[in-house]
Design a protein. Structure first.
Length: 559
């Protein structure tokens, strides 16, 4: 059993390494050749781990940047795989121990792509084989991987698969913290229905399993389906998944986020009007039952196309969705909408624009601000070239970082393809592909923006009696005979969930879920499960999720 523990913060002063000048930023990699297509996840300590495609040996590299803006691993990053083959489609997830797991499609086997992955710890050391561990290396192409942490140091992966050609189907695999496959070799079938299944995306079910959504053509056009797998890889819903939307014409580009109750919220592009794309969404319960209107609720049905949605939780069972918007007068804009747990839009009809400036905006990404709102980042040509901008919309949809958005990077030449992650304190760390030195051999840069919209600089002061960071104290007493006291401190108002898991990662008890005020909190677990029954003696994990940060403590029950 992997010992999960609380990841400590590195000592740091006033975030001096993060520049306040949007034309400077922090270089993550400026190595020779091209670095591009960065993906990002939290390091659990206010910093981030960033991975990118790198020309050096045709592989992915990664770097950790601290909350203070210091790069912590080798200069220009550590190589994740020494097999010099074509690689595409990287995804990344935090391992809850200060490291990360990265997956990609890899062509090392010849003409076909397979699915590989690598785990890197908090120091930058590779924990799996140097070539990356094979998640699925079966005949026929496997591609477009997605992954989600399993809560025990490993991850669950899914991908589209041509093993039985000519149609693509979906398979999944769970890999342990030590890269051992936990399910059937080369994966369990998620969906093998008629037609093609593609573009899978995943969220956690909160119990060591996952909910997967995808595009499905079994009905003759593209629809949206979903399936839940438990921690053993067993499908929990009907065979080949439940339909979330089978409206006329095509629905594509699904994105997903957990709803905090074992289910998920899914948004997608929708062409049911025939000539235009809109954004729709659906919530599906832990039992696989759609919760909102049949075929979903409209997030945005404005004139013109709305496309490429991104989604994150609002911390209250709903979600904030952002998208690229081509309504008349929007000039390729970026809009956002908050949908509550019942499917009701909370902001202006058809969404709120992230910027009052008329300019081309594209490639939006999103991260929760931990207070019911969200932060979006995008590429923007309002200075006459592609720069990186961001905006924070609070829980009411009001812009907090100026009407025109905040300039994150205005360096020379162009910057594009941003990806963001919450810093755990209401702000973000933003990473992107950067051509300030060479428009061909691009680099990767990053910047932190505090919750008040300040790029880099000093940490904003916190109220007396609170902490400047998330703290989860050791469980006491431990071992426990009758009760365990769980104490934590949060730096500002945050959406918090506190969950007890057994040694296999299954949820035993949900102790708390909702908004908590800044400061110290104490809860007591009575060593009973969700049904009120005493738990059996053994090892348990208490998982604290506050905003985008996660901490885990162990407790031994002596029943």
């Amino acid at each position: 059993m992997l010992a999960l523990g609380c990841v400590g913060l590195r000592a740091g002063s006033a975030f001096a390494a993060w520049p306040s000048d949007a034309a400077v930023n922090v270089p993550i990699s400026t190595a020779a050749g091209r670095q591009s297509q960065s993906v990002i996840t939290s390091d659990g300590s206010g910093g981030a781990i960033i991975a990118w495609l790198d020309d050096r040996i045709g592989t992915y590299y990664a770097q950790r940047v601290s909350a203070a803006g210091n790069t912590l691993w080798a200069t220009d990053g550590v190589g994740l795989c020494n097999a010099g083959s074509n690689k595409v489609g990287a995804r990344i997830v935090a391992d809850a121990l200060g490291g990360a797991i990265i997956t990609w499609a890899d062509q090392r086997g010849g003409l076909n792509y397979d699915i590989y992955a690598q785990r890197v710890d908090s120091t930058g050391a590779l924990l799996w084989v140097p070539q990356g561990a094979a998640v699925c290396a079966l005949g026929g192409t496997q591609a477009n991987p997605a992954l989600v942490a399993d809560g025990s140091g490993g991850a669950i992966f899914t991908w589209y698969d041509l093993r039985s050609g000519p149609n693509t189907h979906l398979y999944a695999q769970r890999m342990s913290a030590y890269s051992a496959p936990q399910w059937t070799a080369n994966g369990v079938a998620v969906c093998t229905a008629a037609g093609n299944q593609a573009a899978p995306r995943m969220s956690s079910d909160g119990e060591g399993g996952t909910i997967i959504t995808w595009i499905d053509s079994r009905n003759g056009n593209d629809d949206i389906y979903a399936q839940r797998l438990d921690s053993s890889g067993i499908a929990q819903w009907q065979i080949d998944g439940v339909p979330l939307c089978t409206a006329v014409d095509d629905q594509q580009y699904p994105v997903i986020v957990a709803d905090g109750s074992g289910g998920a919220l899914v948004a997608w592009e929708d062409q049911r009007k025939g000539t235009e794309l809109d954004i729709y969404a659906q919530r599906v319960s832990a039992a696989g039952v759609p919760q909102w209107t049949t075929d979903g609720v409209p997030v945005c049905a404005a004139t013109g196309d709305q496309a490429i949605p991104q989604i994150d939780s609002d911390g209250a069972g709903g979600a904030v969705v952002t998208w690229s918007d081509y309504r008349p007068g929007a000039s390729f804009g970026v809009y956002a909408q908050r949908i509550d747990a019942s499917g009701a839009p909370q902001w202006a009809v058809n969404g709120v624009s992230v910027s009052s400036v008329v300019s081309h905006k594209w490639d939006p990404c999103i991260a929760s601000d931990g207070s019911g709102g969200a932060i979006m980042s995008w590429s923007d040509d309002q200075t006459g070239r592609a720069d990186i901008y961001a905006q924070r919309l609070d829980a009411s949809g009001s812009p907090r970082w100026g009407a025109s958005g905040l300039a994150v990077c205005t360096a020379p030449q162009i910057q594009f393809y941003p990806s963001i992650v919450s810093d755990g304190a209401g702000g973000i760390i933003d990473a992107w592909t950067d051509a300030r030195s060479d428009t061909v051999d691009t680099d990767v840069y990053a910047q932190r923006v505090l919750s008040n919209g300040q790029p880099g600089g000093a940490v904003a002061s916190v109220p007396r009696g609170t902490s400047s960071r998330l703290v989860f104290d050791p469980v006491r007493p431990n071992p426990a005979v009758a009760t365990s006291t769980l104490e934590f401190t949060i730096p500002h108002d945050l959406a918090v969930t506190l969950t007890v898991l057994d040694a296999s990662g299954r949820r035993v008890r949900a102790l708390a879920s909702g908004m908590f005020a800044a400061g110290a909190h104490s809860l007591v677990w009575d060593l009973r499960d969700q049904a009120g029954n005493p738990v059996t003696a053994g090892l348990y994990f208490v998982r604290l999720a506050a905003g985008s940060e996660v901490r885990t403590q162990r407790v031994v029950a002596l029943r």
